[in-house]
Design a protein. Structure first.
Length: 103
């Protein structure tokens, strides 16, 4: 279940990066627009984008930390149970081999 959440978080982060990049491009393309209202709006959007980038970096760091934690747990399990891990890997390899062989 955590793998699904991690994948969802990674997808959300990737989508959010695209939105931020598009917003920055929009700001650059409207930089030549004159007027106090346009300048105020650009300033407000730039502030919100800066906040969004910080939150995005935090979310990305959380996903990376979680992935490292899962990796450490898996590594500890393999270190503590080497033969059981070999058996599980061999079983999975056998099942994958059967599935590929049926095609």
């Amino acid at each position: 279940m955590t793998e699904v959440n991690d994948v969802s978080k990674q997808k959300l982060i990737a989508d959010f990066k695209v939105v931020v990049a598009d917003a920055e491009e929009l700001l650059r393309s409207t930089a030549s627009q004159a007027g106090d209202k346009a300048a105020d709006m650009r300033t407000k959007i730039q502030g919100r984008l800066a906040d969004a980038k910080i939150k995005l970096a935090d979310a990305e760091a959380a996903v990376v930390d979680r992935a490292k934690q899962v990796g450490r747990v898996a590594d500890d399990y393999v270190q503590d149970n080497p033969w059981r891990s070999v058996g599980v890997a061999a079983g999975l390899g056998f099942i994958v081999g059967l599935l590929i062989g049926r095609r």
